[in-house]
Design a protein around this ligand. Sequence first.
Ligand code: SF4
Ligand code: SF4
Length: 206
Amino acid sequence: MNTASPEPAAAPPIAAPPDNPLSFVEEIRHLLYASKGNPINTCIQCGTCSATCPVASGGFMDNSPRRIIALIRAGFKDQVLKANTFWYCASCYQCTVRCPRNIDIAELMYGLKRYTVWKAAGNKDLIGPTFTETFVKMILRTGRSYEPVLATSYLFTYGLPEMIQEAQTATVLMLKGRLPLLPARIKRLENFKRVIKHIIPLGDKE
Ligand code: SF4
Ligand code: SF4
């Protein structure tokens, strides 16, 4: 009879620490640190935000604000980042003022937009991520918004008749002096860029 004690199981290899040790819910909590509202872990899932949201109750959001919060807390990162919820948010703040737990849901929507653009994880079928990235890059280059450049981020999603109509409208606006031919640049652009890069992570991607 073999009385030798069994070989101890090999110790599992020590994994290298991940680049980002924060969980998804912790990252979102950090994104909202400046918000005056309570953190999302105080949510009681009452559904007031979804019921009061004109976009969700109109059936335009694939995941309601209440459900987005539940998904974040459960760690469903991919499902959250691919949702159209925060891109369709109209920033009306009805959810924020009615939440019984004083959670700033509208600011959460802004935070999720920033996060998805920052991580390049947005839903490519939506106009919002490309539009936002184009806008921020343009602001960084000139300090000003310039509609003809912005239009390129969504114009090609239209059919030909709509594109022609948009081009006609732009031509009329230019002839009336309401749309400049060339983008303007602000003075002291470098100072402005330094400020922007402190508040928008995308600021490095010129
Ligand atoms: S209203 Fe506030 S507490 Fe209720 S589900 Fe929405 S976020 Fe949660
Ligand atoms: S701020 Fe956005 S999520 Fe909140 S009620 Fe308005 S549209 Fe809905």
